[in-house]
Ligand binder design. Sequence first.
Ligand code: SF4
Length: 397
Amino acid sequence: MPELLDSPITGSQASHGVQAFIIPGSITDPALHSIAEKVAAGTPLDFDDGMALWNTRDIFSLGMLANAMRQARHGKVAYYNINRHINYSNICALSCKFCEFHRKRGEHGAYEYNLEDIYRIAGEAAAAGATEVHIVGGLHPWLPFSWYIEMLSGLRQRYPQLHLKCFTAIEIDHLARLSKLSVREVLVALREAGLGSMPGGGAEVFDDRVHDEVFKGKLRSDGWMQVHKIAHELGIATNATILYGHVETRAERVRHLIKLRELQDEAPGFQTIIPLSFIPDGSELGHLPGPTGLEDLKMLAISRLMLNNFAHVKAFWIMQTMKLSQVSLDFGVDDLDGTVVWYDITKREGGAGNKHQEQTVQDIRRVIMEAGYIPAERDTLYRRVIRNGAEWSVENT
Ligand code: SF4
C-alpha cells in the first residue's frame, strides 16, 4: 500500500521543471521520443503529435509524460472542492442525440425548480460548508431573462459566501436570443447579479460533421468559443470540456484540443479542461458502447499534454467513475471535482429517476492519499481553502 500523505500544503509543491519528471529510458515507443523532447522544452504539441499519442500502445510512457507536465505545475497536490450541482430544469428547446437529460414540457420526467427551490438547495449547501454552487439547465423556452437575474441576485443576497458558477455558453447564447441583448450585455448583467464564473459544458466536439450528426441546432463551435472569448475579456473565468466517445474520431478530438489551446492563447481565461466521457445509457445514441477505461485514461493524459497553456485537468468522477479518476492522477489529472451531491444530467448504469450522486470529503481525500497525492481543498478559482467545519476562508496568496 502506498504511503499516505496528508501534510499541510505550502506553495505550489512544484519546485522542478517538466524535464525533472521525464524518464527517457522508459519510453518504448520510438514515436514518443520527439514528443518527450517537446514536452521537456515546453513546445506545444501539433496535430501529428496528438495522433501519435492516440496511436501509441506505450500507455505507461503516455502517463509518464502527462504526469511530468502535471507534477511540474502542481507537485503531488490533487485538488477537490465542496460543491453542489443544481440543474434548475431539464425542459429544453433542443434534442441533442447524446443527451438523456432533456424533456419537453408535459413529457414524463420534465421538471423545473422555482426560485424558492433553488434558494433552499443552495441554503443546504451553504450550511454544509460548500464553497460553490454549479448551476446549469436545459434551454428553457419560456423562462424570461429576468428570472435568471433574480435567481443570481437572490442567491448572492442570501448566501454571499457561495461562488455562483453558472450557465454554459449554450445557455448564455440562448439568453441573448431570449432577451434580444448581445452576449456581452447578457454576461455583464449576469455578473452584476452575482455570476462568479462559467462552467465549460456545451463544447461537445468542435467539428461541423459531428455537430450536424449529433447536436444539430445547437450553437456551433465558433459561437461557443465567441461566448468564452467575451467572458474572458470581461474577466470572467471559465472552464472547457470535450464530450468524447460517441461518433467523433480521434483526429477530431485532437483538433478540438488545438482549437481550445489557440483560444486560450488569444483570450486567456480558461482554468480547467474537463474531458467528459460519453455515457450512452438512455440517450438516442444508446446503441453505442461508450469509451473504455483505456480510452478514458488516454483522453485525460492527451488533454494534459496538448493543452500546455491550461493550468488544470479535471477527471469528473461522475463521468469517468471515481475508481478510474483515482488512477488518472498518475495520467496528468490534478483535480477530482467535488462532492456534487445531486447531478441530474446523467448517471452511469441508469438513474431510475434517482440522480443522487455524492462523494464525501473523507472518501475524496482517501482516494487521493491512497494514490500517493496530497489532497487540497480549493475554491472555484483554485485558491486554497482553510476550513473549520462548515466555516471556511481562502488562503491569502
Ligand atoms: S445537451 Fe443541453 S441543449 Fe442539448 S438537449 Fe440536452 S439540455 Fe438541451
